[in-house]
Design a protein around this ligand. Structure first.
Ligand code: PEP
Ligand code: MN
Length: 333
């Protein structure tokens, strides 16, 4: 971190600031020019309050020269992290297809979809039991009952399951869930993230609707700094001025996150577009960009889905998508 001091700062004021910075276990390199003095802060600056430093009367500007995320940072962990769930691996060249309905609606529905997506080659079954809905009057999910049905689908197909947690008090219900999802709306629910950092289970962390990649990585850092290193990042589209699609899929996030971090990156083209018709193309684009997996909503009867029917593929459309994905994977190998 670099702090530029204002013109006219006295040597006493500089020394006073340097002594204070040193109390934070930092080494300070002072470079005095004719006009300004520049302080180079060396050491772990992740705990330095940049805004506080900036607000000091003698400080002109403060700039970070290294990222504030450490454990998620590729600089300190050059090799790709590979997450394992049962026989499935994600990251470091292993590609996972996650598919299933937006929400678990009934035993018949989840078993039918699970059987179909498995036959098409999906590796992991998704299904929401706790649903974060914009309207309190919309279907809120089957909650604990939904998780039980997912576990039945897991038993009958052998597919590992992923489902979203909204409140940490529900954690006991997730004991046999293979991957816990943190939804976009909870990406910065820091108490939830810290608690998920204390468990030994992979967490799929979705990018918030209006969050930067650095904020996503700082949220991953919350989980990792508590001891859980099994984090999967998920790009699911962000809010922009465009309204034609539900969100705007940031495909470049795949490359940027791979550059910045060693964690696997999965793309969800369903919530990104909101339109089933666009989902296959965006899934293919994400695969071509080097994503470590995709997460796609599939429903046996999209027109009657209780949630997100418009963006759900039919099992037949999903089957076709899988063949395209395989071709792209071979082409970029
Ligand atoms: C979901 O995956 O079911 C979901 C609610 O997605 P998001 O958090 O990305 O909106
Ligand atoms: Mn959904």
């Amino acid at each position: 971190m670099i702090a530029v001091l204002k013109h006219g700062t006295t040597p006493d004021q500089t020394q006073h600031l340097v002594s204070w910075l040193k109390t934070m276990n930092l080494d300070v390199h002072i470079s005095e020019g004719q006009e300004i003095t520049v302080l180079g802060l060396i050491g772990d600056t992740s705990r330095v309050d940049m805004d506080l430093l900036k607000s000091l009367e003698i400080v002109e500007t403060v700039k970070r020269v290294s990222e504030p995320f450490k454990q998620a940072n590729r600089k300190f962990h050059p090799n790709d992290t590979i997450i394992e769930v049962g026989d499935v691996r994600i990251g470091g060249g292993y590609f996972a297809v996650i598919a299933g309905p937006c929400s678990v609606e009934s035993e018949e529905q989840i078993i039918e979809v699970a059987t179909a997506v498995k036959a098409s080659g999906a590796h992991i079954l998704r299904g929401g039991a706790f649903k974060p809905r914009t309207s309190p009057y919309a279907f809120q999910g089957m909650k604990g009952e939904g998780i039980k049905l997912l576990l039945e689908a897991k038993k009958s197909t052998g597919l590992p399951i992923i489902t979203e947690i909204m409140n940490i008090r529900d954690l006991p219900l997730f004991e046999d869930v293979d991957i816990i999802q943190v939804g976009a709306r909870n990406m910065q629910n820091f108490d939830l993230l810290k608690e998920l950092g204390k468990i030994k289970k992979p967490v799929l962390l979705k990018r918030g609707l209006a969050n930067t990649l650095q904020e996503l990585l700082m949220s991953a850092e919350y989980i990792m700094s508590e001891g859980n290193e099994q984090v999967i990042l998920c790009e699911r589209g962000i809010r922009t001025f465009e309204t034609y699609t539900r969100n705007t899929l940031d495909v470049s996030a795949v490359c940027a996150l791979h550059e910045l971090s060693h964690l696997p990156v999965v793309v969800d083209p369903s919530h990104a577009t909101g339109k089933a018709k666009m989902v296959p193309s965006m899934a293919v684009a994400a695969t071509a960009a080097g994503a470590d997996g995709i997460m796609v909503e599939v429903h046996n009867n999209p027109a009657c889905a209780l949630c997100d029917g418009a963006q759900s593929l039919t099992p037949a459309q999903f089957d076709e998508l899988n063949l395209r994905i395989q071709k792209v994977r071979e082409a970029i190998a």
